[in-house]
Design a protein around this ligand. Structure first.
Ligand code: ADP
Length: 634
């Protein structure tokens, strides 16, 4: 008999399964049952349009047989089956092997991550079995084949005998060890509870011969009060699963635990979801849905690899694993499923995209998610802030993308750190807390909260007692600019030229000073030509000598963000150097200017400009010269 070799990636995965110290080896049963159910789905699907299949819905079943004496566990189905070629292709290579790259220092952690994330499927059988035999007959074929393997050394495929289409998986369980009692998986109570736990909602009956015991019938004349009753075993075929999918059950029947359990099992996440919603919608769209908001972002969430989508069922039959059209990008973190009888089973992926009914369902789902988030924000702030930490960035991208098309829908879900107590606030909370004389919603941008707190530009706004939103994510200012206004209040950067803090008298006074010193300001600007577009006297500075602001649409923070992107074109904000007219440096500059020492004035300009750059978190062009200039002027 020819022994064939596994493909390299499959071999690695197999090796991992065999040596796995994964704590939930029991999931192999779920995986095999789920494969059996998928195979039945395929044949059942065929039977709806093809009388030749000759089976009714009630004829389909999955059978579990446990033979304790021989340590054999068998899972059989009368599904679509596999040809020799399919046995070779499906079981010799692992479909997911491309994504199987995860590396971790900790073996247990690595096992958990891989097994959890990729739902390793068929190979999980090798966590509990030393020998796996698959006997299968494909529907429509007259030959059956046997696939057999004892692990990494390879597998064989030979002809076999089997009457009907379907597949039998025969596991010869591993010997018991001190740590693992594999015999347990032959125990009928254990099997029953595993099916209940993992596979209860499988749509086809999972049947097993269950042995019960009952008192022996004793003929009346032989009855003896003094003798203990005798018992006898009898066998009964039981259906172990309730077959009703969780989402079709009544909400009143279900506990929080059921929903959470379903989530962790089905979506391979060890963390409990932050929130779930069980939707039963009737009317313009008929569907049941289970929607979950995860508590943590998956490791690939903010990458191109992440695939959004909900599972899509048509009346209990899975038609798509990740239907992307059911979720807008800004809610791409939502996990769950939708089951609708309005969708045709036979619809192709291409047609589905344009399906009117699917669009109606998607709209309704979006509303539900939005409402759930709002409820969480209102009633469970702590949880919402946890959600925000994981997925807030995605909502901010949502505001900015598609030219702000969705900003109204999302704006009330935003949180920003506020200068008051450094707490997260909603825009509504900010506006509600605004002082009567306050015209704008103020914000400041920077790398971190502590950095922003030190920005000289914030001084005046704070002195007026106004709250400032601290924006630390790259996307923030773009999102704010897209919003433009909230509740008719305009957003205003603390670096903007008009802060709306009109103290007309003071303003006039500074303007007058600016006129008076126009030649000096011009001389300063000239010596900084190419670096700043102008030098002005500041209306906003209180204690700091200088700061850097910008004119026009592009702020300094946006310049930083845009230039960090991998494009050739570099963008430059129109920089303005502001000098504090109340600071002694101003008098000093005047004195130098009056003395006519143009060179010295130029040096001062350089120094002040570099200082402003540093405080803004920007790098200075020539640190050595900066240092030399300081020494020279000290
Ligand atoms: P997955 O189920 O994620 O595709 P598996 O490793 O569990 O990965 O199975 C690989 C493939 O083998 C399946 O996609 C299916 O085509 C086939 N297969 C597994 N079990 C059965 C079965 N009981 N009947 C028919 N085909 C099966």
């Amino acid at each position: 008999m020819e022994t064939k070799q596994f493909k390299a990636e499959s071999k690695r995965l197999l090796e991992m399964m065999i040596h796995s110290i994964y704590t939930h080896k029991e999931i192999f049963l779920r995986e095999l049952i789920s494969n059996a159910s998928d195979a039945i789905d395929k044949l059942y699907f065929k039977s709806l349009t093809d009388d030749k299949v000759g089976l009714n819905k009630d004829d389909f079943a999955i059978w579990i047989t446990a033979d304790e004496d021989n340590r054999i566990l068998k899972i059989a189905d009368n599904g679509i089956g596999m040809t020799a070629e399919e046995l070779e292709n499906n079981l010799g290579t692992i479909a997911n092997s491309g994504s199987f790259k995860f590396k971790s220092e900790n073996k247990l952690e690595e096992d958990n991550q891989i097994i959890g994330q990729f739902g390793v499927g068929f190979y999980s059988a090798f966590m509990v079995a030393k020998k796996v035999t698959v006997i299968s007959k494909a529907y429509g074929s007259d030959k059956a084949y046997q696939w057999q393997s004892e692990g990494v050394d390879g597998y064989s495929i030979t002809e076999a005998d089997k009457k009907n289409a379907g597949t039998e998986i025969i596991l010869e369980l591993l010997d018991d060890t001190d740590d693992e009692n594999y015999s347990d998986f032959l125990d009928q109570y254990r099997i029953k509870s595993l099916v209940k736990k993992y596979s209860d909602y499988i749509r086809f009956p999972i049947k097993m011969e269950v042995t019960h015991s009952r008192p022996k019938e004793v003929p009346e004349e032989e009855k003896d009060e003094n003798k203990a009753p005798e018992y006898e075993d009898y066998i009964e075929i039981e259906t172990l699963n309730s077959m009703v999918p969780l989402w079709k059950k009544n909400k009143s029947e279900l506990k929080e635990e059921d929903y959470k359990h379903f989530y962790t099992e089905k979506f391979f996440d060890y963390n409990e979801p932050l929130r779930y919603a069980h939707v039963k919608n009737e009317g313009n769209a008929n569907y049941n849905a289970l929607l979950y908001i995860p508590s943590k972002a998956p490791f690939d969430y903010y990458s191109k690899e992440y695939e959004k989508g909900l599972q899509l069922y048509s009346n209990g039959v899975l038609i798509m694993d990740k239907c992307a059209d059911l979720l807008p990008d800004y809610f791409s973190f939502v996990k769950g499923l939708v089951d609708s009888e309005d969708l045709s089973l036979n619809i192709s992926r291409e047609l589905l995209q344009h399906d009117r009914q699917l669009k109606v369902i998607a709209k309704s789902i979006e509303k539900t998610i939005s409402n759930e988030l709002k409820k969480m924000l209102k009633n469970d702030r702590e949880k919402y802030e946890e959600f925000w930490k994981a997925f807030g960035l995605q909502l901010k991208y949502g505001i900015y993308s598609d030219y702000g098309m969705n900003k109204e829908k999302l704006q009330d879900l935003l949180l920003f750190t506020s200068s008051k107590e450094n707490k997260l606030v909603t825009l509504d909370e900010y506006v509600t807390g605004m002082r009567e004389e306050q015209k704008y919603i103020y914000y400041a941008t920077g790398e971190s909260i502590s950095r922003i707190e030190q920005l000289p530009q914030t001084e005046l706004v704070k002195e007026n007692g106004f709250e400032i939103l601290y924006l630390t994510d790259n996307i923030d200012e773009f999102a704010i600019k897209t919003l433009n206004k909230y509740n008719d209040k305009e957003f205003k950067s603390v670096s903007a030229d008009d802060l709306g803090l009109e103290n007309t008298e003071k303003k006039e006074e500074i303007k007058a000073k600016e006129e008076e010193n126009s030649d000096m300001l011009k001389a300063l600007a000239d010596s900084l030509s190419g670096k700043v577009s102008k030098v002005i006297l500041s209306q906003r500075l209180k204690s700091h000598p200088v700061c850097l602001t910008s004119e026009g649409e592009i702020s300094l923070e946006m310049e930083k963000v845009l230039n960090a992107m991998p494009t050739d074109q570099k963008i430059k904000a129109q920089r303005v150097l502001e000098i504090n007219p109340e600071h002694q440096i101003f008098d000093k500059l005047k004195a130098i200017n009056d003395s006519g020492d143009k060179e010295k004035l130029g040096k001062y300009a350089e120094l002040l400009y570099d200082q402003a750059l540093l405080i803004e978190g920007l790098s200075i062009e020539n640190p050595a010269e900066f240092s030399n200039l300081i020494c020279e002027l000290m």
